[in-house]
Write a protein that binds this ligand. Structure first.
Ligand code: ZN
Length: 75
């Protein structure tokens, strides 16, 4: 029957899967430098970084990390 034939064609149609979810690179942890103990500057940077992270201000978090990584050179 014609009806059965068209149904079979639909069934054999290849299934398409939605593309995999995009995973944003989250390298925050590995980029995170640690504040030098006893250094007021580093402690301050760590504090600001925590606040920025709480407010999802990743630009400031990155800035603090850059400054903190450079800081040990001045100790
Ligand atoms: Zn420091």
């Amino acid at each position: 029957m014609l009806a059965n034939r068209s149904e079979t064609q639909i069934m054999t149609k290849p299934r398409s899967y939605p593309s995999a979810p995009v995973v944003l690179p989250d390298r925050t942890d590995e980029l995170e430098p640690t504040p030098v103990e006893g250094c007021a500057g580093c402690t301050e940077l760590a504090k600001v970084r925590d606040w920025a992270r709480a407010g999802h201000d990743m630009t400031t978090v990155t800035d603090c990390n850059v400054l903190m990584r450079k800081h040990p050179e001045g100790h």
